[in-house]
Ligand binder design. Structure first.
Ligand code: ADP
Length: 551
């Protein structure tokens, strides 16, 4: 270390001598020791008088500021000043003069060569023996490189971030664009964009295929090339109107639209239009769907439906014809059967009168069988005849205002002998004074049927009764018995033809299963309805309604 290269406040000679004389080989003189620390420091250590004259200047100061000790000592510190920083430095110096230390404030300084330096300054006062401030010791650390590196790093980081972001965006955009492109190209519908002049500016792959062009061939064609000649007139005007209206909508609503292929063939389409604006330019995007298959399917469907309906109508007509034939046949056969049956019954009755000869018990029993079965057969034939006539539409009703009480009384009296023979009481409620709009004969038939069923399905000791009540413009008539009842789940079915309840006590299973079916037909023909309320073993309540007034 060359002492001539450094300059620092010198200790007085006496002190130096004392120390030197007592110095041992291993013991270093404190001034020299201090000087060597100052000299080897990386920081600039500068002594400065109160009026700003540089008094000491170490190697660190030379390295940082570029001036040698010789050049610097004796100069004012202004050689290091950077314009605009004076005020800040002066403020710190003022603090220092007040006896305060100032540590690590960052300030811009000037290198000998004129370039800018960023330094961290720590200032401490230099006192004399009396404690008076006689100068300033400055330690300056060069932050320029460090800050530059940090700035560089920060810059690099932000550049990198920017780059990464840009790359990511660019990559994302590229992927998005590719996907969008793929989507556009291979969309199931043709997508065509047309400018305000009607020139095609975008057409996807599907459009080219759909219209029979090579990829790219559609571009710069006029859109009219895709429209059948018959529909071209006025297209320009429509396009202009659409662009002015500026909203997405289907094209030609309610119209059968067709498109034209390159080979001149046409096909049905559905088109949705959207306006697009790009800067000053206006475009129309058309999404075109080939609906050939759908239309074909619709036509097939319609044809099928028509064929089916025609067939159905034919079958219905045939079924009605057969039904009528059957009913006519049943009606005529029943009629034919009734005549000889009446003869059988008539002669059986004659025989029973024993006017010609006395019958023995066996003959009487046989005759009884003939009579009973003939009557049963007659009942069956009458029922079949009735139902056939009703179904064939051959039954004409003669409706009039009928006094219910009188008709019900006739019906009750007609079945009374039968009921009494079975020890079943029959009652007619006194309040039956209603008039109903009905066919007198048919009303009596319904009542007789219900009453005889009641008597038939009621064990001895039971009863059957008839009553009525007014219900609005209807009269509701009820035939109630205390008999075997009907399982609830069979209550609907007893009105079907030939239906007989599964559980019927032995001995009462006789009849045709047609009586209630006839009753229903007759009641409904007269504008009423019929139903039964019953439970097995709890008796039955057959109810039917008839209009009370002529409507
Ligand atoms: P049927 O000639 O058998 O009486 P209906 O059509 O008059 O024919 O009756 C059909 C079936 O309904 C009967 O066989 C019987 O099982 C049931 N039924 C009808 N009326 C009554 C009643 N009052 N009580 C119980 N069951 C009845």
């Amino acid at each position: 270390m060359a002492p001539d290269r450094m300059c620092y406040p010198r200790m007085n000679d006496r002190a130096e001598r004392t120390r030197s004389s007592s110095a041992a080989a291993t013991w270093l003189n404190p001034e020299r020791w201090l000087a060597s620390i100052v000299e080897s420091s990386d920081d600039a250590i500068i002594g400065e008088s109160l009026d700003g004259v540089i008094t000491s200047w170490n190697a660190g100061a030379t390295r940082i500021f570029g001036y040698s000790a010789e050049e610097a000592v004796g100069q004012t510190v202004t050689i290091l000043s950077w314009p605009g920083e004076e005020a800040r430095v002066a403020a710190y110096l003022a603090k220092l003069r007040q006896g305060e230390r100032v540590d690590h404030f960052e300030v811009v300084r000037r290198h000998k060569s004129g370039h800018k330096l960023l330094v961290s300054l720590s200032l401490s006062p230099i006192m004399d023996d009396d404690g008076e401030i006689v100068g300033i010791a400055k330690i300056a650390r060069d932050l320029t490189a460090q800050r530059a590196a940090a700035d560089l790093l920060a810059e690099r980081d932000s550049q990198l971030a920017l780059l990464t972001e840009k790359e990511a965006t660019a990559r994302g955009e590229a992927i998005f664009e590719r996907r969008f492109h793929e989507l556009l190209e291979h969309a199931p519908d043709a997508i065509v964009q047309v400018d305000s002049q009607g020139k095609i500016v975008v057409a996807n792959f599907t459009a080219a295929t759909m219209f029979g062009y090579a990829p790219g061939e559609l571009l710069s064609l006029r859109v009219e090339e895709l429209i059948p000649h018959s529909a071209r007139a006025g297209h320009d005007q429509h396009r202009a109107q659409f662009m002015a209206a500026n909203r997405t909508r289907p094209m030609g609503q309610g119209l059968d639209l067709h498109a034209l292929r390159k080979d001149g063939s046409t096909f049905p389409v559905e088109i949705s239009l959207s306006p697009v604006r790009a800067g000053e330019e206006s475009f129309v995007t058309a999404v075109i769907r080939d609906v050939t298959q759908r239309r074909e399917a619709e036509v097939r469907m319609r044809d099928l439906q028509e064929t089916y309906m025609a067939e159905l109508r034919e079958r219905q007509a045939e079924a009605e014809r057969l039904n009528r034939l059957k009913s006519e046949f049943m009606a005529s056969i029943s009629h034919e059967l009734r005549t000889p049956l009446h003869t059988v019954i008539g002669f059986a009755e004659l025989l029973a009168e024993e006017t010609e000869a006395q019958l023995n018990d066996r003959q009487r029993r046989f005759l009884d069988h003939i009579r009973k079965d003939s009557e049963h057969l007659l009942g069956l034939i009458n029922d079949v005849l009735d139902l056939s006539r009703i179904e064939a539409g051959g039954l004409t009703l003669h409706t009039e205002l009928v006094g219910l009480h009188a008709v019900a009384d006739e019906a009750v009296e007609s079945i009374r002998p039968y009921a009494e023979s079975r020890n079943v009481a029959v009652h007619l409620a006194p309040s039956m004074n209603f008039d109903v709009v009905a066919d007198r004969l048919r009303l009596r038939q319904v009542l007789t049927n219900l009453l005889s069923n009641g008597a038939k399905f009621t064990p001895a000791g039971g009863s059957v009764s008839v009553r009525a009540r007014r219900d609005g413009h209807l009269v509701e008539i009820t035939v109630e018995d205390t008999g075997v009842g009907i399982p609830t789940d069979e209550c609907q079915r007893v009105f079907e033809k030939f239906y007989q309840v599964g559980y019927t006590p032995v001995g009462v299973r006789e009849g045709t299963g047609l009586g209630l079916a006839i009753c229903r037909q007759l009641v409904e023909m007269q504008g009423g309805s019929i139903w039964v309320e019953s439970e097995l073993g709890q008796g039955s309540r057959f109810c039917f309604t008839l209009p009370a007034v002529v409507v």
